[in-house]
Design a protein around this ligand. Structure first.
Ligand code: NAD
Length: 298
């Protein structure tokens, strides 16, 4: 392992992978981005354009900045080329354990032996993935939040064998890209802040699906209490309801507790392709969601 990381490779050019790649590039790192789908990078840039426009407050990077960084990042559809010089690899493919294990096994074969391998998974502890590689001591969770929305923090969690040195190196790197590291001291499903968000999200989804409240009132309450430009349902639209569903299923598969099973009504929305900003319709309609209207909080 190198103590100072220079070259970052992100695997998966979706919503988060693209943000992590471009964000790291603004701090002077050499960044490669890989996806099996040639169109993913462009699609994610379109998402970033809408998200910046929708932000409703000044974001650290303007749309111009995001676009400039996109020119500096090297995008590949061949994994070996993307991984050739990597010091740190961050995987951000779909939230699926079997897929992530396969991807980690491939990365392990192709990345330099000193490279640290991290997953950006929202719910899967690295201890479930690390055995797909021959370098468990260099594997960990780095869970970024949506950088385009200014959420500059990351949960950090080691696995069964992650060394203290790897944790410290990554903590320093996370700080070097202007993010606040939130370190988890022992394995916890959901990590640090994400576990708190998960409790809010599960409660909000069930209250909506059971017809207890109008989802807008949950968001009104949240926005008023915490002074944020959107509430939990607005946030879920940004994450993507398909991603939210997969994450909730991960938790359910873990606990088998019926209270953790995502509501049927959420599945119905996904079937109708109402998955949030990505399809212009989720809980709200985009590009002009109701919560941007000053009347929303009256
Ligand atoms: P996404 O659906 O936007 O993108 C996933 C990308 O992975 C797609 O571009 C897809 O083509 C690519 N992919 C699939 N299989 C691949 C493979 N074998 N090799 C390379 N690329 C492959 O997903 P996302 O929202 O960016 O989420 C990615 C990960 O980040 C998930 O684990 C998710 O839990 C986590 N995450 C998401 C958010 C969020 O706000 N969306 C926040 C934090 C963490």
């Amino acid at each position: 392992m190198k103590e100072k990381l220079h070259h970052i490779t992100v695997i998966g050019a979706g919503t988060l992978g693209t943000q992590i790649a471009l964000w790291s590039s603004t701090f002077g790192y050499r960044v490669c981005l890989y996806d099996i789908n040639q169109r993913s990078f462009q699609r994610s840039m379109e998402y970033i354009s809408v998200a910046v426009e929708q932000a409703g407050r000044k974001t650290r990077l303007s749309l111009e900045d995001w676009k400039n960084e996109a020119k500096k990042v090297a995008f590949f559809v061949e994994m070996d080329k993307a991984l050739r010089d990597a010091d740190l690899v961050i995987e951000a493919v779909f939230e699926d354990l079997a897929l992530k294990r396969n991807v980690f096994a491939e990365i392990d074969m192709l990345a330099p032996s000193h490279a640290i391998l991290a997953t950006n998974s929202s719910s899967i502890p690295i201890s479930r993935i690390e055995s797909a590689t021959g370098r468990a001591e260099l594997c960990m969770n780095i869970h970024f939040y949506s950088l385009v929305h200014g959420q500059n923090m990351a949960d950090l969690m080691g696995g069964a064998k992650t060394t203290a040195g790897v944790m410290e190196t990554v903590k320093a790197w996370v700080r070097s890209v202007g993010c606040i590291p939130l370190t988890v001291k022992k394995e916890s499903l959901g990590f640090c802040f994400n576990r708190i968000w998960r409790a809010v999200k599960r409660e909000a989804l069930h209250m909506w699906a059971e017809g207890v409240v109008d989802f807008r009132d949950v968001d009104r309450g949240w926005m008023t209490a915490y002074g944020t430009p959107w509430g939990p349902f607005g946030i879920m639209d940004r994450i993507g309801l398909d991603v939210v569903y997969d994450i909730e299923m991960m938790y359910y598969n873990e606990s088998k507790d019926p209270k953790d099973f995502p509501p049927h009504a959420l599945r119905e929305k996904i079937k109708k392709n109402e998955i949030g900003i990505k399809t212009n319709r989720g809980f709200y309609e985009y590009p002009h969601p109701e919560y941007r209207n000053p009347e929303f909080l009256r």
